[in-house]
Design a protein around this ligand. Sequence first.
Ligand code: MN
Length: 414
Amino acid sequence: LATQEERRRGATKRRSSPERAPRLAEYQRRRDFGKTSEPAGAASPRRARKRAGRSALEFVVQKHAASSLHFDFRLELDGVMKSWAVPKGPSTDPAVRRLAMETEDHPLEYNAFEGIIPEGEYGGGTVMIWDRGRYHADEASPGDDERVLRRDYARGKLSFTLEGERLRGSWSLIRTRGAGRKPSWLLLKHRDRYARAGADIVGAHDTSVVSGRTLEQIATGRSRVWRSKRVGAARGTSADRGIRPMLAASAQRLPASGEWRFEPSPGGTRVLAYVTPDAVRLSASSGRDYVTRHPEIARELARLAGRGRRSVVLDGEIVAPRGEDATLHVSDLLLEDDDALVELPYVERRARLAKLYARRRQQRVRLVPSHEDAAAAARAAKRSGWKGIVAKRSDSPYRAGSRGRAWLRLPLPR
Ligand code: MN
């Protein structure tokens, strides 16, 4: 029997095979990426291969309030997400068979998409990441998943095991009609220890596994941010007010559950730094731009963004101790070139931020460390003479302008 580890090792080898020409033509033809914030998909097989370091095949289930509410069930295969629209959503009751209409392949990046597709665009409406995780073929030996899945997909009968947050155990997709443009399939749960007769898993969970939001919260809260995705907004041409910073709620003690990271809190002037090939802005919530006051910070930001080759939007705080050089302490990355990162989990945004920093040594634009351990963050704060720490949920998206419980401001322990 294949262990997880064997599977993983096999997966890595398998994924570096060159056979992943993007088959996203239909996906791309249906969408105007100037209007929708959905990912355009890897431009080249090289970009798809860059993701080859991941350890297993991914699946995602998105709840999609379009003209009619449905669930999009997607399985990674050969560098794309094979996709089915499941009107009633998956059922964990093995007696229930759910219709699954095959739709066009989606890019892998779609797995991280949660937000609003503008009205009038293809699939216009709200998208929630209802579940996601890894999966493997039931009858594959380690490292052989994609070969088996490719064969079974062609035959019209897939059998696979999901390791999601809500969906687990073995499932089947069986093609019932047509191998033509829009074949229909049935999605069903096999009998195993994850099967639940009579259960309504779709009714039991109405929030995102990534952001914890309901469809309504996604629909009402985020449109501003998603429109800000276009670099135009970062340039300040179309949306001069830009993105509002996410705020932390005050708390007196460490969160008791959930996965968190901890940052020392500079306690300076909160700014969003908009760095584009044309200009740098350091926008405070008051609307004031601090660039003229701190030209050295602006210069370092331009250098950080590669001297006019890139665009980034950073969240940070300016600390200007009397008699010392002012410093921008950066804690978040909201946009990098054309990628809006606000819907990504905090830890993924921080990973991108660290990568950005890895390229340059900075004096006046520093990275706020992110610790797994609250005590380590508190020590770092103390060393810098700062007054507190901020706890941030590892999986939290950047909720512009909102003060929720995903970020908690804590005083230093005495
Ligand atoms: Mn859909």
